[in-house]
Design a protein around this ligand. Structure first.
Ligand SMILES: Cc1ncc(COP(=O)(O)O)c(C=O)c1O
Length: 424
């Protein structure tokens, strides 16, 4: 006979009536969607399968071997030989917070390249960690020129410079050439956000002299959200070791996280429970990326970005990022034409085609649609589906007819740029 609730409770604990759960006999149901917004994207089926493998203990040697494989894969993605690579448990923001918490000490100056919401958030995080924040702002849709970066470094001699390679709120691509050299002159640590860009555009951690970088799992890597790929270069590690103050966040203290990841020798420190199933998925995603190869991934994303813009241009739509050199291939921002309701088009795309097209964020809110071409979703069929959804959504709002008249004299800027035999 089942024990009474009073028998199960400890002495003096009350046993009120149990409230019922709504989940009885209701297994989870998830609709199938094409996630063509700025993320998360759809995960590769191999990644989803890997996540359903049996759990291991987070301190088991068999799991450590998988963590070692993840580090190998990360070194490839980051193009680094650094020992100090790991996953931070948490989404892209956890990488962002870990970077600032560890690289900046209270009272130190940080120059934040701010061309969208991610720069704004880093300003806010750095302030909370006691930094003196210099907000190096440029208009949404632009990126910082090397000249502007050099001027800011010269004027402020900061301990840290933050740049976001792929600004997903505006669709801008921040070039990184020459930045590390400028940082070296002032002993400045270079921190780079690659959450939306890693794997879609070239990134060379060592050759470009990046001292600290973080990314996201749910974008180009094509894994579920939940872990931030992370790297400290030699200079970043030296900065960590030479800190005068303790890292203010216990959970994000890299001294302990890197110890768990075996960066200081075979004896590992229990810092927190590794995200076992999530990391299996990332291990598989890194394997898939290694099989395809970075050059092929970069080229696939570029070609599909060009195809998307060829199609959008035919529909009379224009890029939010005016200068082509600043356009990010992974997150494309598309100006909402006057008289067209952005959200009505998004809703039609979802209801009719099960395809996610997102609206703007931060400085681009209400002004743009955002289309992600990332990782497993960077396939020609998906891009064509997005174009179909746009065509239909615009026609519904009467935009096609107006445009057909106006567009006759406007040649596509991508004419001839897109190879006919694209492989996806
Ligand atoms: C460039 C960039 N940085 C940081 C983040 C934050 O990542 P998350 O939402 O996974 O915490 C995002 C999310 O879209 C991003 O695009």
């Amino acid at each position: 006979m089942a024990p009474s609730l009073q028998e199960l409770a400890r002495p003096d604990e009350s046993t009120p009536q149990i409230t019922q759960s709504a989940l009885e006999n209701t297994p989870i149901k998830v609709p199938q969607r094409y996630l063509m917004g700025p993320g998360p994207g759809n995960a590769h089926p191999r990644v989803l399968a890997a996540q359903s493998l049996p759990l291991l203990g987070h301190m088991h040697p068999a799991f450590f071997a998988i963590m070692d494989e993840i580090q190998d894969g990360l070194r490839y993605m980051f193009q680094t030989k650094s020992k100090y690579v790991c996953l931070i448990s948490g989404t892209g923001h956890s990488g962002m917070e870990a970077a600032i918490a560890n690289m900046l000490e209270p009272g130190e100056t940080i120059v934040v390249g701010n061309n969208g919401i991610w720069g704004q958030r880093v300003c806010e995080i750095a302030e909370r960690y006691g930094g003196k924040v210099i907000n190096a702002e440029v208009p949404a849709g632009a990126a910082l020129s090397l000249r502007k970066i050099e001027d800011e470094l010269e004027r402020n001699k900061p301990a840290v410079l933050f740049l976001c390679q792929g600004e997903s709120s505006t669709g801008a691509h921040q070039a990184l050439g020459g930045v590390a050299e400028a940082c070296r002159k002032h002993d400045t640590i270079l921190v780079v956000d690659t959450v939306c860009s890693l794997g879609a555009v070239p990134f060379y951690g060592d050759a470009w002299g990046v001292d600290c970088m973080y990314s996201g799992s749910q974008k180009v890597l094509g894994a579920p959200p939940g872990a931030a790929p992370f790297m400290l270069g030699e200079r970043g590690f030296k900065k960590l070791k030479n800190r005068k103050t303790k890292v203010a966040s216990w959970y994000f203290d890299l001294n302990m996280i890197l110890d768990y990841w075996g960066c200081f020798g075979p004896k590992r420190f229990y810092h927190h429970t590794g995200m076992v199933s999530n990391w299996y998925g990332i291990r598989e995603a890194l394997g898939i990326a290694s099989e395809e190869g970075l050059e092929s991934m970069w080229e696939r994303h570029r070609r599909l970005h060009l195809r998307l813009w060829e199609g959008l241009n035919e529909l009379g739509l224009e890029p939010f990022v005016e200068k082509e050199q600043y356009r990010l291939v992974s997150v494309n921002t598309i100006k909402v034409p006057e008289g067209v309701d952005c959200l009505v088009l998004c809703k039609n795309a979802m209801d009719k085609y099960s395809v996610e097209i997102a609206g703007g964020l931060g400085p681009s809110a209400g002004k743009v649609w955002r289309v992600g071409i990332m990782g497993y979703n960077a396939q020609l069929t998906n891009v064509e589906l997005v174009l179909t959804a746009f065509k239909d959504g615009l026609a519904q709002q009467g935009f096609t007819k107006r445009h057909q008249v106006a567009s006759k004299d406007v040649p596509s800027p991508y004419e001839g740029a897109f190879p006919e035999n694209i492989k996806s």
